[in-house]
Structure formats: structure tokens, C-alpha cells
Design a protein around this ligand. Structure first.
Ligand SMILES: Cc1ncc(COP(=O)(O)O)c(C=O)c1O
Length: 494
């Protein structure tokens, strides 16, 4: 087995989900018969104070703050009785029943968020912290971001790039994005009308959907899927239609895809390389998707955040480059994964001018813009030589192989990803059939956090035989996780 290795400098310096599963995890943390609201009620009624309001002291007269204007003479304040207390015929003060208001009353919960639950992936990160577990759940690197990028960001702040940039992105970054796509895909883009800089792919996706869909439009999503797409569709009141990706190579049935398209289909979301499966969609598969989009007058919204993390000769094909797709594709991407800066929140959306106009309107009112100095550093990052991008894939391929080996030795049955930095594993081989129970056992007892597979599916029960690990971590981290897993399951594997 390989020993711990220092993080290579340069290329490697560096989430989602089924609501049904999120409730499953949360429910496991509380006694079964205690709901969130009943906990809140108990908090309010426990002890002698009926509410959490501070009781007013009867001995201290209330003083009127000096800043208030004097009261008009002859008119008692509304809340005071006109009769003097103690006088005859003093009416018994009416009992006003004050029901303490819960902050989560129905009144203030918009229908569009009714079914939202906490992201399972981010919840797993919190559990990992609580139980000091090795976090192989959330896809963020635990090694440093490239030094030259950090210097570029520091320089930008010192050179006073500290005020709002143009809302659709600082010119140097838009120019660098255009140059990058020309260099890597021979794709010509107009930085003035086809590129919008946003706060990460997360904003790019929701801004694109808000800009192009209407309530009751349908959106086709491949399942398992990155958890944000569900809530994104819900925020637009759009209906989701799922098409299954089948293990072990996560292919889909072309007839099932065809059947998912109809006159209500507004868009299909394609995430390639894919989280959580590691699938890289082939040109042939993408051509079928393109054909269906054209046949049904639908958009293809591509999430290409792992475009440079490819293994075993896999090739990334942006749908935007396919014939007939220039005007009906929206490409979403960001710096997060390629440059190991998931916290920077700098991304971009590429689309034809008629789409970009609407996307920019949503973006402007949602966030105004991404952080100005980090946009400057982004321009620097995108201009790094090809070697940076090649090394990135090579280093991640080594980590993939390393973790695959560790998981196998522990008795799990991992699926080999062709891209991105996640490994889906079958848990039946270690005698488990419930992803949530196993994930909970792993984080609390074994000390390794992963993501239950059901989080990436729309319906409860789907994916319950899977868990997902990420390997965008230092070798020491991966090795420690492997050691803990092997200690826990070696017996089951033998
Ligand atoms: C497929 C996919 N899209 C988008 C994101 C989030 O991207 P960003 O950090 O650019 O918002 C992630 C993060 O894990 C992801 O896996």
C-alpha cells in the first residue's frame, strides 16, 4: 500500500440530494417520536417561564425613552385603561391570551421551499466535525490552493480591485474565459454578449433556470444527480423528469430518454463529468441529447465543473460545440474544482446573446456580482499553461486508484469513475443494505464520513445500496480513512 504523499504543488493545491434521505438522516439524530416543532414547543414550555420573553418587573416603572416626542395632552396611550386602577367599578383586566409565535409558522414559509431539506452532503460534513471523522463526504480539497493563485488574489486586493466589478463580470476575466474556450475547444465566444461571471456554478445553474423556465415547464434530469438540481427546479416551479443512469458504467436507455421529452420539456440538465457517478458522457450520447433538444425545441443546460478531471483517456465534449446547439445550450462552470478554490465562489455561464440577456438580468438582481479581486485572480488562473490542466487530471487519477484500492481492501465494491473526484461504492458486499444506517455508523463509530447513495435519487429506496466517497484529499487523509474502514470491515471482507 502506498504511504502518505505530499500534495504536489501547482495543479492540485484542491455536494446533494434526495430530500427524502435528508429527513431520514435528521430523523435518526432525534428520538423517533420527537419532531422539530415539538422540540421547539418543549423549549418554550419547560421551567417556570411560559415563554422565552423576559418577564417585566412590577416594581420598576417603565420610563419613556427621551428620544420619543412628548405625548399629546389629554390622550392616554392606547394600551392604558381610561379608569384609574383601584377606583370603584374597575373592570377586571381582560385576559389577553398571547400565543407565542414560532418563527417557523406556516405563514412565513413560502410554498416553494416547503419540500426543501438540508443538504445531506453538508450535513455529513457537520457530523464529521462533531465526531472527528475523516471527511470523505463533501467534495472540497483539504490541501492548499495553488500558491500562485493565492498571490494573484492578494495582489488584486492590494492593487485595489475592491469595488463592484461590472455586474456580468470583470473584463479581464471574461476575456480570459473566451481565450480558454478558444484554446481548449476551438469555441469562439463574444465576451460582451455571451459570457456572464457568476458566484459559482451554483448561481450559474439557478440563474439560468430562473431566466429560461416558467412554472409547469418540465426539466429532464439524469438520476443519480447532483443534489442542487432538485431544489433548483422547485425554485422555478418546474416539474422534474428523471432518466436513470445504470451501473456499472452509468449508461442510459435511449428510449427512456426519448420518452422523457415532450411538448412541455423546456430543458435537460447534463452534468459531465458527472457527480456522483464519475460518468463522462460520450459524444454519441451527447449527440442524441442534442438531437432531442432540437426535435422538442428544448435547451441543454450543461454543468461542466469537472471538465478537466478526466481519466483513462476520457474526452470531455461541451454540448455547446455540437452542431445545431450553439443557440440552445447554456454552459455552466466555475473555478471551484479546477483550481481547488471551492470557497472563492467564482463561476461563469456561456450562452448565446438572447439567452445571456435574460441570465444577466437574473444574475444582476440575485447577487450583483462575484468578488472583484477573485475575478482578477480568476483571469490569471485561466491563463495558466496547458500543463496545469494535464497535471490536475494525472494527480487525481493517482488519488482515484489509491482510494479504489483502499475501499476494495476494506471489502466494499467501488465503481471506477471515468471523471470527477467521487467513488460510488456498493455496500452489499459488507453485509449492509441501508445507506443511511451505514453512513451513520461510519461517521459516528468508524470515524469516516461519506454520503448515503439515496441522497442522489428522487425517491426513497433508490440508491440505498450505495454510498459515495470523495478523493479530493491529501494522501494522509485517504490513508487514514482506509485504515479505519479496514479495521471496521476487514472481517466482513475475509
Ligand atoms: C456537479 C456540481 N455542480 C456544481 C457544484 C457546485 O459548484 P460551485 O462551487 O461552483 O458553486 C458542485 C459541487 O460539488 C458539483 O459537484
Amino acid at each position: 500500500m502506498r504511504g502518505p504523499r505530499a500534495c504536489p504543488s501547482g495543479a492540485l493545491g484542491g455536494t446533494s440530494a434526495n430530500p427524502a434521505n435528508s429527513w431520514r438522516l435528521s430523523r435518526l439524530r432525534r428520538p423517533a417520536n420527537t419532531s422539530r416543532s415539538s422540540c421547539a414547543t418543549r423549549r418554550c414550555t419547560a421551567g417556570s417561564t411560559p415563554t422565552n420573553r423576559i418577564p417585566s418587573s412590577p416594581s420598576r416603572p417603565r420610563r419613556r425613552p427621551p428620544s420619543l416626542p412628548p405625548r399629546r395632552p389629554g390622550r392616554p396611550p392606547k394600551h392604558q385603561s381610561k379608569r384609574r386602577p383601584g377606583s370603584r367599578n374597575t373592570p377586571t383586566p381582560k385576559k389577553v391570551s398571547r400565543v407565542p409565535l414560532e418563527p417557523t409558522t406556516e405563514r412565513f414559509r413560502a410554498h416553494r421551499v416547503e419540500h426543501f431539506t438540508e443538504s445531506v452532503i453538508r450535513e455529513m460534513t457537520r457530523l464529521a466535525l462533531r465526531h472527528s471523522a475523516v471527511n470523505l463526504a463533501q467534495g472540497f480539497p483539504d490541501f492548499p490552493a495553488p500558491a500562485e493563485l493565492k498571490e494573484a488574489a492578494t495582489r488584486a486586493i492590494e492593487e485595489d480591485f475592491n469595488q463592484y466589478a461590472v455586474t456580468w463580470g470583470a473584463k479581464p476575466l471574461r476575456d480570459a474565459i473566451a481565450a480558454k474556450y478558444l484554446r481548449h475547444y476551438a469555441l469562439e465566444l463574444d465576451p460582451e454578449t455571451e459570457i456572464t461571471v457568476v458566484c459559482g456554478s451554483t448561481e450559474g445553474m439557478i440563474a439560468s433556470l430562473l431566466a429560461t423556465t416558467n412554472p409547469d415547464d418540465e426539466i429532464v434530469i439524469f438520476e443519480p444527480y447532483y443534489e442542487n438540481y432538485g431544489p433548483d427546479a422547485d425554485l422555478c416551479s418546474a416539474k422534474r423528469r428523471y432518466v436513470t443512469l445504470h451501473a456499472p458504467d452509468w449508461t442510459f436507455d435511449p428510449d427512456e430518454l426519448r420518452a422523457a421529452f415532450n411538448s412541455k420539456t423546456k430543458a435537460i440538465i447534463v452534468n459531465t463529468p458527472n457527480n456522483p457517478t464519475g460518468k463522462v458522457f460520450t459524444r454519441t450520447e451527447l449527440e442524441l441529447i442534442a438531437e432531442l433538444c432540437q426535435e422538442h425545441d428544448a435547451l441543454c443546460i450543461t454543468d461542466e465543473i469537472y471538465e478537466h478531471i478526466l481519466y483513462d483517456g476520457a474526452v470531455h465534449v461541451p454540448v455547446l460545440t455540437l452542431p445545431g446547439m450553439r443557440d440552445r445550450t447554456i454552459l455552466v462552470n466555475s473555478m471551484s474544482k479546477t483550481f481547488s478554490v471551492t470557497g472563492w465562489r467564482v463561476g461563469w455561464v456561456l450562452a448565446a446573446p438572447h439567452l445571456t440577456t435574460s441570465i444577466r438580468k437574473v444574475h444582476d438582481f440575485l447577487t450583483v456580482g462575484a468578488a472583484t479581486p477573485l475575478q482578477q485572480a480568476g483571469a490569471f488562473a485561466l491563463s495558466l499553461p496547458d500543463k496545469y490542466f494535464i497535471d490536475l487530471a494525472v494527480h487525481y487519477a493517482e488519488r482515484r486508484d489509491y482510494l479504489m484500492g483502499l475501499l476494495r481492501v476494506a471489502g466494499l465494491a467501488p465503481y471506477r469513475p471515468a471523471g470527477a473526484y467521487y467513488i460510488m461504492s456498493d455496500i452489499k458486499s459488507i453485509g449492509y443494505s441501508d445507506d443511511v444506517l451505514l453512513s451513520r455508523h461510519l461517521v459516528e463509530t468508524v470515524g469516516v464520513a461519506c454520503v448515503p447513495g439515496g441522497s442522489f435519487f428522487s425517491r426513497q429506496g433508490l440508491g440505498s445500496h450505495l454510498i459515495r466517497f470523495c478523493f479530493c484529499k491529501k494522501y494522509e487523509t485517504l490513508e487514514e480513512a482506509g485504515r479505519r474502514l479496514q479495521r471496521a470491515f476487514r472481517g466482513a471482507a475475509d
